[in-house]
Design a protein around this ligand. Structure first.
Ligand code: NAD
Length: 503
């Protein structure tokens, strides 16, 4: 039996239960129907219906928010060491079911098994990392003065809402939920309507691993009703959101009346800048990896290649050859490098840029066409002879589509790189250290890698500037968001108190 057939058979076993019962909401440890009935989730591989999903509305969000609020005091007051132990158990339990998570994620989103098997394990690592921070996160700072002992303590902010997108949904959900739980918050999670499978697995795994009921609640549904209700709910103190920039702006507006604290991880149109003095073989590998892996459906992908004119022709020729060899196919085949895009709507959007590029005068140097008519497959695409004012250089396409733009000087490269509404990541390839220091200092991005692809390191800050986001995750930055700082001053000496109204 081929690896693909084995994976298909295993997947069928994992999906059978969803096909019987559908995916329910999970509130206070109970399976619940949605007040809006059901909607269906489909596979982008062959457009088949996977199963029914509970359609949550404001009514369900209200029940879930109350469950999270009821569960909050006990979770907040649990000794940090015990909370740490539970979260480590969740990490182990995710690892034990990593294959199930990866196969379901691929079928639900079109992501390939070669990348998703790693993403499931990264989900476990997110829990493990933040579990280990729990003890420190509860600690405060003790600041002495002659007459006061000043204690700064941190307390969890309360029940919070987490809203996640469909791209690598399991990993991104754990990335938000693990630190929230570690900080002592309880959570209402609204996963993306287009990828509900692995969010269901996460809440189930967490409860089986010992997470008390009501600490993590999952309500499926659409953004304008369930998502909006989450942002507006007075019992929820903060919203951690990952998604598009224009949705991020809605999140802020919707939370204004209840003065929500917001953390926004939004879109990107990230530049990779390759100078003539770089190690071009490594740069080529990284350029290809950072736009064509994960179907290009990745916020940190480098979708604009800025290439120095001295090496442009040679680099682009090699790029075209490699892009044409990328294997598009069934996502459960371990040899596949690009699977189908997530939905019909997203597929149509990405494919529409093939004509837009031609109309704007760019060259379609590789790809530029869709494949077959059963699933949402298209060829990895490279546009050359582009300028930064074209739509293919300005808009987030969010697929396996790269736009190559030439530059001649460092100043020109910097101007083009920064000429965008976004500022999530940047990648700089040069062997000139002084240039790397100068360039990264002026590049407008929240995260920059020099001579490297994106390598996530959990203790470092993750987040964007400009329209790419507000706030940072990772290490202690996550606890800044999910906790409040509280100051308490204890008098330790007879300092003079000003006396009013005394004769
Ligand atoms: P999206 O904004 O359409 O949806 C994201 C989530 O928001 C979904 O759960 C959706 O139901 C919900 N939502 C939609 N409208 C809402 C509203 N009015 N109120 C509350 N919730 C609402 O994004 P998407 O298409 O699912 O995801 C792709 C986008 O996510 C891309 O722009 C990508 O760059 C971005 N992204 C960013 C990061 C990052 O770390 N910066 C990571 C992954 C994805």
């Amino acid at each position: 039996m081929s690896a693909l057939d084995t994976n298909i058979e295993k997947l069928a076993g994992f999906l059978a239960r969803f096909q019987d019962t559908g995916i329910k909401n999970r509130i206070a440890g109970q399976d619940c129907d949605g007040a809006g009935g059901v909607f269906q989730t489909r596979s982008p591989v062959d457009r088949s219906v996977i199963c029914d999903v509970a359609h949550g509305t404001a009514q369900d969000i209200d029940v879930a928010a109350k469950a999270a609020a009821d569960a909050f005091p006990a979770w907040r007051d649990m000794p940090a060491t015990q909370r740490r132990k539970i979260l480590l158990n969740v990490a182990d339990a995710i690892e034990a079911r990593a294959e199930e998570i990866a196969l379901c994620e691929c079928w639900d989103t079109g992501q390939t098994i070669r990348f998703m098997s790693k993403a499931a394990l990264r989900g476990a690592e997110n829990f493990r990392f933040f579990a280990d921070q729990v003890v420190q996160a509860c600690d405060g700072q003790h600041l002495k003065s002659p007459t006061l002992m000043n204690v700064t303590s941190r307390v969890p902010i309360g029940p919070v809402g987490v809203i996640t997108p469909w791209n690598t949904p399991f990993m991104l959900s754990t990335w938000k939920i693990a630190p929230a739980l570690a900080a002592g918050c309880t959570v209402v999670h609204k996963p993306a309507e287009d990828s509900p499978l692995t969010a269901r697995l996460l809440v189930e795994i967490a409860e089986e691993a010992g997470l008390p009921k009501g600490i993590l609640n999952t309500v499926n549904g659409y953004g304008p009703d369930a998502g909006k209700a989450l942002c507006e709910h007075p019992l929820l103190k903060a919203i951690a959101f990952v998604g598009e920039s224009r949705t991020g702006s809605e999140i802020v507006k919707q939370g204004a009346d209840t003065l929500k604290r917001n953390h926004l991880e939004l879109g990107g149109k990230n530049p990779v800048i390759v100078f003539g003095d770089a190690d071009l073989d490594r740069a080529l590998d990284a350029v290809i990896f950072m736009i064509y892996s994960i179907n290009g459906e990745r916020c940190t992908s480098s979708s604009r290649l800025l290439i120095q004119d001295t090496i442009k022709d040679k680099f682009e020729a090699q790029l075209i050859e490699r892009v044409n060899r990328i294997k598009v196919g069934h996502p459960l085949d371990p040899a596949t490098e690009i699977g189908p895009l997530v939905t019909q709507k997203h597929f149509d959007k990405v494919a529409s840029y093939f004509d837009i590029a031609r109309q704007d005068g760019a060259t379609v140097a590789a790809g530029g066409e869709t494949l077959g008519d059963t699933g949402f497959f298209l060829r990895p695409t490279l546009f050359t002879n582009a300028t930064n004012d074209m739509r293919i250089a300005r808009e987030e396409i969010f697929g396996p589509v790269l736009t190559s733009i030439p530059f001649s000087t460092e100043d020109e490269a910097l101007r083009i790189a920064n000429d965008t509404q976004y500022g999530l990541t940047g990648y700089v390839w040069t062997n000139d250290l002084t240039r790397a220091l100068r360039f990264t200092d002026r590049l407008e991005a929240g995260m920059i890698w020099v001579n490297s692809e994106n390598v996530r390191h959990l203790p470092t800050p993750f987040g964007g500037v400009k329209a790419s986001g507000m706030g940072r995750d990772g290490g202690d930055w996550s606890f800044e968001f999910y906790m409040e700082q509280k100051h308490i001053g204890f008098a330790t000496g007879p300092h003079k108190i000003m006396q009013l109204g005394k004769a």
